[in-house]
Ligand binder design. Structure first.
Ligand SMILES: NC(=O)c1ccc[n+]([C@@H]2O[C@H](COP(=O)([O-])OP(=O)(O)OC[C@H]3O[C@@H](n4cnc5c(N)ncnc54)[C@H](O)[C@@H]3O)[C@@H](O)[C@H]2O)c1
Ligand SMILES: [Zn+2]
Length: 364
C-alpha cells in the first residue's frame, strides 16, 4: 500500500463489477492491483507520446514486480489520433505481441487513450482484459468510469465504439501535477456538472475553493475525484446501456456541444459544458422550471474556476449546431433541466422550444 490511504469506489454493473482506486502516489500499485483484478501473464501498456515518457517507467516497474512480462504501444498524443487508423495500428500491435485473452491491456493516459485502448481491448480477440490508468482529470472523473469506449469517425466524434467495462481503474492524482493549468481548468467543467447533479455541498465548496486553485492539497483533490467517481458510478450502474438515468450526465451538454461545434472545437469541451450549464440554468429559470438559487450557485462555481458563464455566439448558429446533435429524436430533443441542485429531470422539448431556451439563456 502507498503511505496515503487510497479511496476505493466499487462499481457494479450488470456486465462486470470492479474497483476504482483513487489516491496519491498509487501508480506504484498498478502491478499489484492488476494482478489481483485481472491475473494473466503479460501486460501491454498503451499510452500516448506525452504520457509514456512521464510515467511509463514507473508503471513498467510496478507491473514487472507483480510478475508480468511487460510490453508497450504508443501513439501520437491528441484527439486527432483517436481514429480508426490508430486503432488499427494498436490492434495489429497487440496481435504482433501475440497477446492472448488472458493477458491485460493497461490503458494509461487521458480520455483519448482510455477510449481508444479500451476499444482496442474490447475488440481484440472479441474482448481481452483492460485496466484503466487515467492520468488526466477528465479521464479520472469522467471517461474512465462507465465503460464507454470509442474512436472518432470522419463524420463525428465517438461514432464507433462499445460498452466495455475494465477490470480495475487506478487514478493517481499525483499525475495531475504534470497537466497544464488550462487543461486542468477545462476539465473542472465536468466536475461542476457532477456536483450539480448529485452533490450540492461540493458545488458550494468549489465556489469558495476551486479545484484548480493553489490551496488544494493532493489529498483533497483525491477526495473530490473519488466523490466524482461515486457520482458517475451511481448513474452508470443504474443504467449501463444509456437508456434512462444516464441521460442526466448530458446536463449542460446540449448547449455546450453547440458552443463547442460553433467554436470549431477551439474551446475546450469542459469550458463549453460550463457555459452550457449556466445558459441552460438561466433559460430554465426564465421558464419558471427551476428553484430560485440554482443559477446563482452554478454560476458561482463556474466563475470561481475561471470558466465561461455564458456564450457569445449568435443564437441561430447555436440552434443549428444544437439540433445537429446525435441525441436529437426527429422534431424533438431531450434536454436535462436543472430543476434544483441534486434535482435534475430529462425533458423532451420541440425544436421551437429549444430555440426559445437558447434565446432566454444565452448571451450575444
Ligand atoms: N468514454 C467516456 O465516457 C468519455 C467521457 C468524456 C470524455 N471522453 C473522451 O475523452 C477525451 C478527452 O480526454 P482528455 O482531456 O483526457 O484528453 P487527452 O487524452 O487527449 O489528454 C489531454 C492531453 O493531456 C495529456 N496528458 C494526459 N495526462 C497527462 C499527465 N498526467 N501529464 C501531462 N500530460 C498529460 C495528453 O497527452 C494530451 O495531450 C475525448 O476524446 C473525449 O471524447 C470519453
Ligand atoms: Zn462531457
Amino acid at each position: 500500500m502507498s503511505q496515503n490511504a487510497e479511496k476505493l469506489v466499487h462499481v457494479d454493473t450488470p456486465s462486470r463489477a470492479y474497483d476504482v482506486h483513487v489516491g496519491v502516489g498509487i501508480l506504484a500499485e498498478v502491478g499489484a492491483i492488476t494482478r489481483e483484478a485481472a491475473g494473466g501473464e503479460r501486460a501491454c501498456i498503451i499510452a500516448d507520446s506525452n504520457v509514456w515518457p512521464l510515467y511509463g517507467e514507473k508503471v513498467v516497474a510496478s507491473l514487472t514486480e507483480a510478475g508480468y512480462d511487460v510490453s508497450h504501444l504508443t501513439f501520437p498524443a491528441g484527439e486527432r489520433s483517436k481514429n480508426l487508423s490508430t486503432l488499427g495500428d494498436l490492434l495489429e500491435g497487440l496481435a504482433g505481441l501475440q497477446l492472448t485473452r488472458d493477458d491485460v491491456v493497461v490503458a494509461m493516459g487521458g480520455g483519448v487513450t482510455g477510449d481508444m485502448a479500451g476499444f482496442a481491448a474490447a475488440s481484440y480477440l472479441r474482448g481481452c482484459k483492460v485496466v484503466q490508468v487515467p492520468t488526466s482529470l477528465l479521464a479520472m472523473v469522467d471517461s474512465s468510469v462507465g465503460g464507454k469506449v470509442a474512436v472518432d469517425l470522419r463524420a463525428g466524434k465517438n461514432l464507433a465504439g462499445a460498452f466495455f467495462q475494465p477490470r480495475a481503474v487506478v487514478a493517481d492524482v499525483a499525475c495531475l501535477k504534470t497537466i497544464s493549468h488550462d487543461l486542468l481548468t477545462d476539465s473542472c467543467g465536468e466536475v461542476i456538472k457532477h456536483a450539480v447533479l448529485a452533490d450540492g455541498a461540493l458545488l458550494d465548496e468549489l465556489a469558495i475553493s476551486p479545484l484548480n486553485g493553489p490551496t488544494r492539497s493532493d489529498e483533497e483533490v483525491a477526495t473530490i475525484v473519488a466523490q466524482n467517481v461515486r457520482i458517475k458510478r451511481n448513474v452508470v450502474s443504474a443504467d449501463e446501456g444509456e437508456r434512462g438515468l444516464r441521460q442526466t450526465l448530458n446536463l449542460g451538454h446540449t448547449i455546450g456541444h453547440a458552443i463547442e461545434a460553433a467554436s470549431d472545437f477551439s474551446m475546450g469541451h469542459g469550458s463549453c459544458v460550463a457555459a452550457g450549464l449556466c445558459c441552460m440554468a438561466r433559460a430554465c429559470e426564465a421558464k419558471g422550471w427551476t428553484y430560485p438559487d440554482v443559477v446563482e450557485r452554478i454560476t458561482a462555481a463556474v466563475h470561481a474556476h475561471g470558466l465561461p458563464t455564458n456564450s457569445h455566439i449568435d443564437h441561430e448558429t447555436l440552434f443549428h449546431y444544437a439540433t445537429h446533435d446525435k441525441k436529437r429524436h426527429g422534431d424533438t430533443m431531450n434536454i436535462v433541466v436543472p430543476r434544483g441542485i441534486e434535482d435534475v429531470v430529462v425533458r423532451r422539448v420541440t425544436l421551437p422550444e429549444l430555440r426559445e431556451l437558447i434565446d432566454l439563456g444565452c448571451g450575444a
